[in-house]
Design a protein around this ligand. Structure first.
Ligand code: SER
Length: 556
C-alpha cells in the first residue's frame, strides 16, 4: 500500500465512525510558553482536554505534523543512527472529546489494524498501565479486559509510568495509555526469542506503532493529579512506522515516504544508499546514517519554514538552525558534499508531500531560498573552521604537545560546527590526538548554561470569578475591528518564570489585540511591503526616465 493511501485509509476509517477530518495544525507554536513546537497530535487540542475551549466536534481524526527536538520529548540524537526515530513525523490520531472512551478506542484500533490494514495478528503485542503508587493510581483493569477479547493474555503486557502514562510536558492533560507494538523480526529470530521480552527494549525490529491515551487527569505545577471535567481519547500512530510495517520493510527509510529524497541525495553525492539488511559494513553504515539524517532533517526544516519559523540565533529559530547544520555536517563529512545541497531536496519533498501538505508547494521558493542562504553562510563558517584547525594543530606541534586542547576542540564544535570526530580525523592527519575528556567537560558546561537560559517554569491558570461572571464560557471577545482601546476584565492569569525573570500572563474578557495566526503572516506582509516599495521605486524611475527623454526631444 502506498503511503498516501495509508494516510487516506486512516482518515476514511474514522470518518466512517463519525469523526470529522481536520487538517494538521502548524508545527510551530507561537502562543504557549511550555512548548516551542507541536510534539504530539494532542498538543493543538490541549485546551479542549482541559475544558478551556468549547468542543465543536466531539470526534475528530487528523494527521498532525510533529517535531520532537526539544523539551520532554526529544529524539534528535537517535535520528539517523537508528531507523525509526524522526525529528519531524506525522502522527495519525483519532480523538474523542468527552465522547467515547476505552472500549470504542481499543475496538476500532484493533479493527483498523487487523481487518483494514490486515496486519498479522500474531505479530502484535499491547501494553496496559500497571499503576503507580506515587500517583495513587491502580492497574488499568478496564483496558486489560477489553484487550482480552481480541488478543491472548500473554501478549498483553503491563507497562510502568514511563511507558504507559502519557504526559505532554511537566504540566497539563495526561492519562494512562495502551500501546500497540509490532514484531517485524524474521520467523527464525521469533522462534529463538519471543516478542514479549523485546517490547519497549530498543529492538529496532520490535517497535511501537500506536499509542491510545485515555486522558482523565491534569498534572498540576505542584505535581498533583486532578480529574479532568470529562474523559477523552487521544491516540497517536506514527505514520512512517505504520507505512514501514505495511510495506514490510525493516527501516522507515526504505519506504516510499523517504525513498524519493534519498534517491536525490544519491544523485547529488554519487553514493549509494543500501537497504537496512546491507548496511553491516562500517563504510556503508556511515553513508546510510548520513543519508538518513539528511532525509529526515530536510522535512523538519522545510515544514518549519513553511509554518513560519525561520532559522535564527535564538529560541525555536536556533533549534531549526542547529538541525540544518547537523544535516550539512553529515553531508560534508560522510558524503563529501562540499557545497550547498539541502535546498536542492526541497522540490522533491514538495512534489512528494505537497498533496497532503499544500503549504510545502505554496512556500517552496521561500523554503529553498532560506535554506540556500543558510547553507552558503554555514559552508563559509566550515571553511573558516578548517583554517582555524590547521592553525591550532600547527601551534600544538610548535608547543611540542601531542594532544589538542579540549577547550579548543569545543570552540571548533560550538563556533564552527565541527563535530568531535571530524576534528579528531583532521588532528590525526597531523599526528595529533584530541582531549576528549576536556571537550566533554566544556560541552556539559554549555548544556547547563543553555538549560538555565531556556528553563521555563509555568504555573497553573488561576481563573477569576468564573461562577459569578457573566461570561461563563470564558470566551475572549475580539473588539479590534471597531476600536483600538478597550476596558477589560482579567478572566484568568498564570505565572511564568523564564530566563530567570518572572512574568504574568493574563487572559482578558475582551481585547482589541489581534492574535497573529501563523508565523508566516508577518513575513508575507513584510515581503509585500518590500514588493510594494520596489514597484513605487520602479514607477519613480520610469517617470524620471520619461522626463529626461521628453527634455531631450524638446531640446532638439
Ligand atoms: N499523545 C500520545 C503520544 O504522543 C498519543 O497521541 O504518544
Amino acid at each position: 500500500m502506498e503511503s498516501s493511501k495509508v494516510r487516506q485509509t486512516f482518515l476514511d476509517f474514522f470518518k466512517s465512525k463519525g469523526h470529522e477530518i481536520m487538517p494538521s495544525s502548524p508545527m510551530v507554536v507561537k502562543n504557549d510558553p511550555t512548548l516551542m513546537f507541536i510534539n504530539s497530535g494532542m498538543a493543538p487540542f490541549k485546551d479542549l482536554f482541559l475544558g478551556n475551549s468549547p468542543i465543536k466536534f466531539p470526534r475528530v481524526v487528523d494527521t498532525q505534523k510533529c517535531l520532537r527536538v526539544s523539551g520532554k520529548h526529544n529524539d534528535l540524537e537517535e535520528v539517523g543512527v537508528d531507523t525509526y526515530h524522526h525529528t519531524m513525523f506525522e502522527m495519525l490520531g483519532n480523538w474523542s472529546f468527552g465522547d467515547y472512551f476505552k472500549k470504542d478506542a481499543i475496538t476500532w484500533a484493533w479493527e483498523l489494524l487487523t481487518e483494514v490494514y490486515k496486519i498479522d495478528k500474531s505479530r502484535l503485542y499491547v501494553t496496559v498501565f500497571e499503576g503507580s503508587k506515587e500517583d495513587n493510581l491502580g492497574f488499568d483493569q478496564e483496558a486489560f479486559d477489553i484487550w482480552k477479547q481480541f488478543i491472548p493474555e500473554e501478549r498483553i503486557l503491563r507497562g510502568n509510568k514511563k511507558d504507559n502514562f502519557w504526559e505532554m510536558g511537566d504540566i497539563g492533560p495526561c492519562g494512562p495509555c495502551s500501546e500497540i507494538h509490532y514484531d517485524g523480526r524474521t520467523l527464525e529470530e521469533i522462534a529463538k526469542v519471543g516478542g514479549a521480552s523485546r517490547v519497549n527494549n530498543d529492538d529496532p525490529q520490535v517497535i511501537e506503532v500506536w499509542n491510545n491515551v485515555f486522558m482523565e487527569f491534569e498534572r498540576k505545577a505542584d505535581g498533583s493529579l486532578v480529574k479532568l471535567p470529562k474523559q477523552h481519547v487521544d491516540t497517536g500512530m506514527g505514520f512512517e512506522r505504520l507505512v514501514r510495517v505495511l510495506q514490510e520493510k525493516q527501516s522507515n527509510y526504505d519506504t516510499d515516504v523517504f525513498k524519493p529524497v534519498i534517491d536525490k541525495i544519491e544523485e547529488l553525492s554519487g553514493l549509494r544508499y543500501k537497504p537496512f539488511e546491507e548496511e553491516k559494513h562500517q563504510k556503508q553504515l556511515i553513508i546510510n546514517i548520513a543519508m538518513r539524517v539528511i532525509a529526515d532533517h530536510i522535512r523538519a526544516i522545510s515544514f518549519s519554514i513553511a509554518d513560519g519559523q525561520l532559522p535564527s540565533n535564538t529560541g525555536a529559530g536556533y533549534v531549526i538552525r542547529r538541525i540544518l547544520r547537523r544535516a550539512i555536517r553529515y553531508g560534508y563529512q560522510s558524503l563529501n558534499l562540499k557545497e550547498p545541497f539541502m535546498y536542492r531536496l526541497v522540490p522533491v519533498l514538495a512534489h512528494q508531500m505537497g498533496h497532503a501538505f499544500p503549504e510545502l508547494v505554496s512556500q517552496k521558493l521561500l523554503i529553498e531560498k532560506v535554506i540556500k542562504e543558510e547553507e552558503i553562510a554555514f559552508f563559509r563558517t566550515l571553511e573558516n573552521g578548517l583554517k582555524r584547525i590547521d592553525q591550532v594543530c600547527a601551534n600544538t606541534i610548535r608547543d611540542k604537545k601531542q594532544i589538542v586542547d579540549g577547550a579548543i576542540v569545543f570552540e571548533l564544535y560550538d563556533t564552527f560546527g565541527f563535530p568531535i570526530d571530524l576534528t579528531s580525523l583532521i588532528a590525526r592527519g597531523y599526528g595529533l590526538s584530541i582531549d576528549e575528556e576536556g571537550f566533554q567537560k566544556e560541552l556539559e558546561k554549555q548544556k547547563n548554561r543553555s538549560r538555565e537560559a531556556t528553563a521555563v517554569d509555568t504555573g497553573d491558570w488561576i481563573e477569576i470569578n468564573k461562577q459569578d461572571s457573566l461570561n461563563k464560557n470564558q470566551e475572549v471577545k475580539f473588539v479590534g475591528y471597531e476600536q483600538l482601546e478597550a476596558e477589560s476584565k482579567i478572566i484568568k492569569y498564570r505565572k511564568v518564570k523564564a530566563k530567570g525573570k518572572e512574568q504574568f500572563q493574563v487572559v482578558l474578557d475582551k481585547t482589541p489585540f489581534y492574535a497573529e495566526s501563523g508565523g508566516h503572516l508577518p513575513m508575507k506582509r513584510s515581503m509585500l511591503r518590500i514588493q510594494k516599495r520596489k514597484m513605487e521605486l520602479l514607477f519613480i524611475l520610469q517617470i524620471n526616465f520619461l522626463r529626461i527623454l521628453l527634455r531631450h526631444f524638446m531640446q532638439k
